[in-house]
Each structure stands twice: as C-alpha cells, then as structure tokens.
Write a protein that binds this ligand. Structure first.
Ligand code: GLA
Length: 702
C-alpha cells in the first residue's frame, strides 16, 4: 500500500514536478512549474494546494490524476477502455510501485481482473522538457483489447485557462485557434492513419488568450504519425484535465499472453513566455529528435521541378531547367513527381518505381550527370507508400493495397495505399528504393504521402518507420524530406528519420507567412522548406513581386519552385541576389535562436534569428497600412549594452525604398545599442502590401 499524501519530486535544471499519492491508487500532479528550492516542504506544498470539501461532492472525491479510472464516481475521461474476451472490463488499476529518481518518475499499475500492467514514465530530458511514455504488458492469459488507451492523462495547472490548437487544411495548414477551457469538452481527433491537417498533436496552454508573450505557457506534442485524439475538459469544481491518445490501431490494440505495447511519446515543454517556449522546442528538436543534427552539411538551396514543370517533363526540358537553376546559384536539383513509368499525370504509375523510358530513353543518369556537372546535388521525389490502380504493380498484385474484400476500393487522388505491413509488399518497395539509390547518384529524397488511409489496419505507420529506419541506416548521407500533401504528417516520430518537412504546398508568400508563423513555434527554420513559387500562384491565384517572394522564402530551408526561364532578367537578378544572401546567412538562420517579432500592425509579420554576434531579421507587410508610416520595427533579444551595425541588405523593395529617410546610411549601417534596437526600433517604410525588408545586425567591433 502506498501511503496517501506521500509525495515525490523530480527536477530538471529549470523545472520541478511533484507527484502525490492521492489515495485509492491515484497519483496526482501536485506541481508542474519552475524549479522549486531544494528544501521545499512537499507535504506543505500538497496540503496548501488542496481544497476542502463542499456540500455537493463525494466525501472522498476521485481526482483522476495520471491514470483516471471510471469508477467510484469519477466523471472525467478514463485513461483506458478495455475488453477481455467478450467482457467490458470495469477497470481497477492498482498502484503497485512508484519511484522518483533524479529527473525520472516511474509508476506501475496492475489491473486487478486482467493482470494488465501499465508502466508510466515522466522523464525530464531538457532544462524544461518532459517526455511521457506509457508501456503496457498483458499477463499470461492475454486476450485483451485496448479499445482506447491514453498516452498522457494529466490535470492541467489551474492558471492555464486557454488552449491554442493548430488545425487547418490542405494549402492552409496550422491556423492557430485559441479556446477558453471550460465545461464544454474540447476534442480534437484525426482519422485515417495520419495526424492530417487536424493538428491536435501541437497544443499550447496559456493563462490568457495567448496574446501576451510574457506569460507562462505549456507546449505539448504527441509524437505519432498515425491518428490521435486530444481531449480537454473542466469539471464543475474547476479542475481541468487533458488526455491525449496516439491511436495505434483503429479498432483498438489486441494483446495476447505476454504481449507488450507502448503508446507513443508525448513531449511537454513548460516555459515562462512564448518566445522561450519556441526556443526550447527548437533546442529539443535539434538535440533529441533529428537524426544526427550536429553532422549536417549546410542546407542547400533547392530547385524543385513541381511548380516549374509539373508533369510536363522530358530530359531536354529538365536539363534546361537545371542549367537555369545553376545560373541562379542553386545547389540541389530535385526532380519531383512524373519521372517514373506511366506517370504522365496523377492518375497512374505509383508503385512502378522504374524510370520512364518515354521521357528518359537512357535512364536518369544523363540528367543526373548534367546536374552534377553543374555542381548541384540531385534529389528525387518518391511516394513509396502508395499504389495506383493503373500501374503494373497493381495489375500484378491487386491484393497489395489496403482493402477490405467486402467493400469497394475508394481512391483518393486516384490512388490506393500500398499495404506495407505485408512482408512481400514491404520487400518490393524496399528493393525498388535500394535499386534507385544504388544505381543513381541521389543525395536527397522527397518522400511524399498524398492520401488518407482507408481502410486503416493500424500497422502502416510502424511499417513506414521500419522502412525509413532501414534506409537511413543503409544510406546515412541521403537526406529525406517528409511531405504529405504539404504539412499533413508532421510529428517527431517522422522527424526522427527526416531532415526536412514540407510545411505546405502553398508557396504564396502571404499565406506562407501565416503558415510559417505557426510551424516556427515548434520547429527550427533549417527543417522547414520554404520556396519561391510562381506568380500568379497556382493555388491562390495571387500575384506577388519577386522581391517579396524571395525575402519570405529566405527564412527557412530555401528553395525555388518556379521556372527561371519564364522570369524577366530583373526577376532573375533579384532571385540570384537573395540566394546569395541566403548562403551568406544560413549558418545564422539554421543554428541560431529564433523569435517572432511582434508589431502593432497585425498585417506585419517579423522573424529574427540571433547567433553569436550576428542576427538577421525579416519584416513583411501583407496589407495596405493604416498610417503611411507604421510604428518602428522593434528588435528585442539582443544584448542591450552591445553596439551593433545595422544594415538593410540589398536588393531593396523597389517602391518602398523611395521612402527611406537616409538610404546611404541604411546601406553603410547605423551603429545602435541592443537596447535602442529593442526599445525604439527602426523606421522602415512598410506601407504597401507585399513589402519586405531584411535587417542585418552585426556586433560592432571596437
Ligand atoms: C503533393 C506534394 C507536392 C508535389 C505533388 C506531386 O501534392 O505536396 O509538393 O510533390 O504531390 O504530385
């Protein structure tokens, strides 16, 4: 028996968690906050945080805690729903063990009627970062179906009254919406085998509507590339609880005798303000998530053929495109969709990963040689998890797709899903990729995934991870970009194998600024692809200046996805100059501390990255300003007492540069203190829509 009121603490550099035995097998989270003094009296902390009873509640209320159970009057969402054989189990998890050791708390419960064991771990892995994992094991009898199983259940500290979630759709990912937490439960769920655009897997809890940067916040990510569910509700007495489920299998997880499953990993980061939360997320991703981040080579500028040529491919056109790309200073040529057998549109060919002889009579090698001869890397688009009904693969193996014999095979984008949980299909696709990589000089794969999974057998995400893991091991130098119709499958569980995500198919710079604002809250710039697309933009139809498009694309892993041959000489020169600037600044952009710049005008977006003695900022106006002269752009986060030389790197936005008060001085640079830059800021002409400025800030050597 674990004594009620007994408490445990775990500490990171900057945070403390206090857990308390609340009686009847419940463990509560008594404290989640900045690090407590070593001598803190935990018993006093717990008692001073406990409310007395009121007239209308059980004499010993159930609190749910870290493993809520649906009995004795608990009315929140239970952590588990279990069947054993035909019986719905009235779960009675008994707390068997709990220990806290340094940065780790581990607790074990055993369900009394089925013997199912739950091992829970809360581990502090960074100054303010916690990873929660749950492992479940069936006893010798097994026969258990986990109908639902939470990867994380926790009470929310009461000062978090609001939650920001990031849902969207194709070409409009990650639209932040903040909701007040209350008695109406908030539930976000994704279906069809991937996180999708529903994005309940990225959450931020605030003490207000999120507008105030300087307040505590708690960011939470669920590392699952399958479905997820996030549920938040507040009970009548004000206690709010969160539960997150990384749904492993649609019908539930079956456990036979001795079987074991984990429930994914949930990352929690607690911060004292939003900018810091972003930095902590970026640090965590760089240190703990990305594959060998410290060994990465500089992020090469891409030319991607998709919005340049789409399916209108042949060897000569691609060679011309590659030559034009090299002339702009591009360093990697990525051949997107349309290169493989029968793929003349999006209605055929997936699965036949052999080079199409109609467009490449001598294979891909002549094109690759041409690209390599121009001193660029070669990258290739693949969508290995899919199969087109109109493909040789499907004609030979019609049973290799995900399907249900009793139902139709509904296509999406004219395609079906290749069932990679089948060893034969897995072996085929693995060999096809090996053949491509062994026989060609390929430095990069753009790995796409363009449809939902139905029927979803729940096994696909594990098969993909296995496939990616094998390839990463065999070809450690090959970089992999994860795309899913843009940002439809972004999670730490994919990122552990990948070097880049494709945040959105939307390259319209105004839309992109909004989308990147959300992604950069969690992910660093070096893994966020950002491309200069055509004008008019093929998705939104909006026309924008090359200068604006190029400045927006510079903040990310820069690329070009339009055909230089259809640009004017002027546009090519502007793009070439921005590519050169990107190369000059990428070590800062991709290794420094990122922050959003806030401006009173909500149509102005700003970002700044600071690394050592150098910082680069972009400010971008997306609308026509209310006042002709907008408020000066403030640049917080620099050392207040250091002097910096501040310049506006050229090219400048043409129309707006006429309104600079002292153009020569902006070119040679003003010397200003970090304090002056943060407090007063810079008077930049940002009146016209689609105007952006780059601001270079370099420590002034005395
Ligand atoms: C998806 C991707 C695009 C492009 C096309 C090719 O839509 O998101 O970037 O690769 O597929 O078919």
């Amino acid at each position: 028996m674990i004594e009620t009121g007994k408490s445990w603490r775990t500490d990171g550099d900057d945070i403390t968690l206090v857990f308390v035995a609340a009686g009847r097998d419940e463990i509560d989270l008594a404290y989640l906050g900045p690090r407590l003094p070593d001598g803190e009296d935990l018993s006093a902390l717990v008692r001073a945080g406990t409310f007395g009873l009121h007239e209308n509640e059980p004499d010993a209320p159930r609190i749910g805690g870290l493993l809520p159970q649906a009995h004795d009057g608990y009315r929140g969402r239970p952590a588990y729903q279990i069947r054993s054989g035909k019986r719905q189990v009235d779960c009675g998890f008994q707390l068997a063990h709990i220990q806290a050791d340094g940065p780790n708390m581990m607790a074990t419960w055993v369900e009394k009627s089925t013997g199912l064991q739950v091992d829970m771990s809360w581990e502090i892995v960074g100054p303010r970062t916690v990873e929660v994992t749950m492992e479940l094991m069936a006893d010798d009898e097994g026969d258990i179906l986990l109908e639902s199983a939470s990867s994380l259940s926790m009470p929310l500290p009461r000062h978090f009254t609001h939650m920001a979630a990031f849902s969207g759709r194709w070409a409009r990912e990650m639209q932040a919406k903040t909701t007040r937490i209350g008695p109406q439960a908030i539930e976000m769920r994704s279906a069809n085998g991937k996180p999708g655009f529903d994005a309940g897997n990225w959450l931020v809890f605030h003490g207000d509507d999120g507008q105030n940067n300087d307040a505590d916040c708690l960011g939470i990510h669920t590392a699952s590339s399958g479905d997820h569910l996030a549920h938040v509700v507040q009970d009548q007495d004000g206690r709010a609880s969160l539960s997150i489920e990384a749904r492993r299998q649609p019908g539930g997880i079956s456990l036979n005798a001795g079987d074991f499953t984990d429930l994914g990993q949930v990352t929690l980061i607690l911060s004292d303000n939003q900018d810091h939360l972003t930095q902590l997320f970026h640090d965590h991703v760089r240190t703990n998530v990305l594959p060998q981040r410290s060994d990465w080579i500089p992020r090469k500028v891409h030319l991607n053929s998709w919005e340049a040529l789409a399916f209108d491919l042949d060897e000569a056109k691609l060679k011309t495109l590659a030559s034009a790309a090299a002339d702009l200073g591009i360093e990697r040529f990525v051949l997107d969709d349309g290169w493989f057998k029968g793929r003349r549109g999006d209605d055929a060919g997936l699965g036949d990963w052999q080079v199409d002889e109609a467009i490449f009579p001598d294979g891909l090698t002549p094109l690759i040689d041409h690209v390599r001869g121009l001193d660029m890397d070669f990258g290739l688009w693949v969508e290995p998890e899919m199969i087109s009904p109109d493909s040789d693969l499907y004609r030979t193996h019609p049973d290799w797709c995900l399907h249900d014999d009793r139902a139709d095979r509904p296509t999406e984008r004219n395609q079906l899903v290749l069932d990679l949980s089948r060893e034969d299909a897995f072996a085929y696709i693995y060999q096809a990729l090996v053949a491509l990589l062994d026989n060609h000089d390929i430095a990069y794969l753009k790995w796409d995934h363009n449809r939902r999974l139905f029927p979803d057998n729940g096994l696909q995400q594990f098969a993909i991870q296995r496939l990616l893991g094998k390839l990463r091991q065999q070809y450690p130098a090959v970089e992999i970009e994860s795309c899913s119709s843009g940002g439809g499958r972004v999670s730490f569980s994919m990122l552990q194998y990948c070097h880049r995500i494709w945040p959105s198919d939307n390259n319209d710079p105004i839309e992109r600024l909004r989308i990147m604002e959300s992604w950069t809250r969690f992910l660093p710039l070096e893994i966020l692809g950002n491309h200069v697309g055509p004008s008019p933009n093929p998705i939104t139809g909006r026309r924008t200046d090359m200068d604006f498009r190029a400045k927006v694309a510079l903040f990310g892993h820069m690329g070009v996805e339009t055909n230089p041959a259809v640009m004017s000489e002027d546009e090519r020169a502007i793009l070439r100059a921005h590519i050169a600037l990107y190369k000059q600044w990428r070590d800062v952009l991709h290794g420094g501390a990122f922050r959003q710049l806030r401006h009173p005008e909500s149509s102005i977006y700003g970002q700044m990255v600071l690394s050592g003695q150098r910082a680069l900022a972009v400010v971008a106006q997306t609308a026509f300003a209310e006042n002709f002269n907008v408020a000066p752009v403030r640049l917080p986060g620099l050392d207040p007492d250091t002097l910096y030389r501040v310049t506006l790197p050229k090219p400048w936005p043409q129309k707006s540069s006429a309104y600079l008060a002292d153009p020569d001085a902006w070119e040679s640079g003003f010397v200003l203190s970090g304090r002056a830059l943060a407090e007063r800021g810079l008077a930049l002409p940002l009146t016209y829509p689609e105007t952006a400025w780059l601001i270079a800030i370099e420590e002034q050597k005395s």
